[in-house]
Design a protein around this ligand. Structure first.
Ligand SMILES: Cc1cc2nc3c(=O)[nH]c(=O)nc-3n(C[C@H](O)[C@H](O)[C@H](O)COP(=O)(O)O)c2cc1C
Length: 168
């Protein structure tokens, strides 16, 4: 049984207390153009097989594009890439300029200079309330070094890279 009157504002505030990284999820639209939107719902799922997921809003402009595409790419952003996060959260046109991508012809577009990236083949789509959960099998991966862009209480921030000797 759902709670009778869960306060929407309290729910948003509580969700916002979970600090996350910021990513760009990208695919190709029905015309084959690379397109992206800003997400913070990316989650690692499984090492073997290699799986990750993220949640796509049912009202997103790119909903039909992600629903139809067998591939997506996720690029984890650096603090210097905050302008990209802003742009792809608001864009009227979500098309990605060719010079922003590692490989403009890739089916799962990845952004240049991302802190990390995942090229995925969609293995499951689960409707979940006002979002759909997209699960991808990771086909290739890249991990760089440096600080991470974060999102916490509706604000961007920075998670510093661990200093030498402090990483596991
Ligand atoms: C930091 C941040 C995280 C976001 N995370 C998600 C997400 O995980 N899933 C999603 O569908 N939209 C997410 N959004 C919203 C989309 O980026 C975009 O703003 C939304 O889809 C509305 O744009 P549209 O109307 O052009 O589709 C996020 C926005 C911001 C700023």
């Amino acid at each position: 049984m759902p709670p009778a009157a869960l306060d929407q504002r309290a729910l948003r505030q509580a969700f916002g207390r979970f600090a996350t990284g910021v990513c760009l999820a990208a695919t190709r639209d029905r015309m084959g153009r690379p397109v992206a939107l800003t997400i913070n719902s990316f989650t690692s799922v499984s090492l073997e097989p290699a799986l990750a997921l993220w949640c796509l809003g049912n009202d997103a402009d790119l909903f039909e594009d992600f629903a139809a595409s067998p591939f997506f790419g996720v690029s984890v952003l650096r603090p210097e890439q905050q302008a990209l996060a802003d742009y792809f959260a608001r864009a009227a046109d979500h098309a990605i300029a060719a010079d922003l991508m590692v490989d403009a012809a890739a089916p799962a577009p990845i952004f240049r200079a991302a802190l990390a990236s995942f090229s995925c083949a969609v293995v499951a789509r689960y409707p979940a309330g006002d979002h759909v959960i997209l699960v991808g099998e990771i086909q290739s991966v890249h991990a760089g070094d440096g600080d991470a862009l974060t999102y916490f209480q509706s604000r961007y921030g920075l998670a510093p890279a661990p200093t030498l000797g402090s990483s596991p």
